[in-house]
Write a protein that binds this ligand. Sequence first.
Ligand code: RB5
Length: 149
Amino acid sequence: MTSAKRIVLSSDHAAIALRQAIAAHVAGKGWEVVDIGPTTPESTPYPQHGEAAARRVASGDCDLGIILCGTGQGIMMAANKVKGIRCGVCSDTFSARMIRMHNDANMLSLGARVVGEGLALEIVDAFLEATFEGGRHATRVAMIDVLEG
Ligand code: RB5
């Protein structure tokens, strides 16, 4: 029996409720969820939460990560500054599937002010159920790694 895969979740203040709904949903699918908050509603800067989640993935402590802010954009930009992170913002299931299949994304970002809970959960499922195709896509992902230095 293989052990459960670990997934880290984080957000800023704009996305706490959606993050917690996703945490429950993903745990129900058998993932070990590492929810690093925040849990209180005070305004808090998205870069620090994006970085904290990204470091869990980049270090290998977690296999994948899901991060959220109001638009999903700012926290995605912060996460992508951490070496080894490939994070995309998705507001549709096609993109969520494709960033795994073609880009080997290891983090998904969502905008809590953009998508409702029902769509967000479908996007999360599409992301988690897809697998990287490798082949010519691996060559292209390796070119992204080169850009990181
Ligand atoms: C916070 O108001 C908002 O700027 C933040 O959640 C996010 O949308 C930034 O990209």
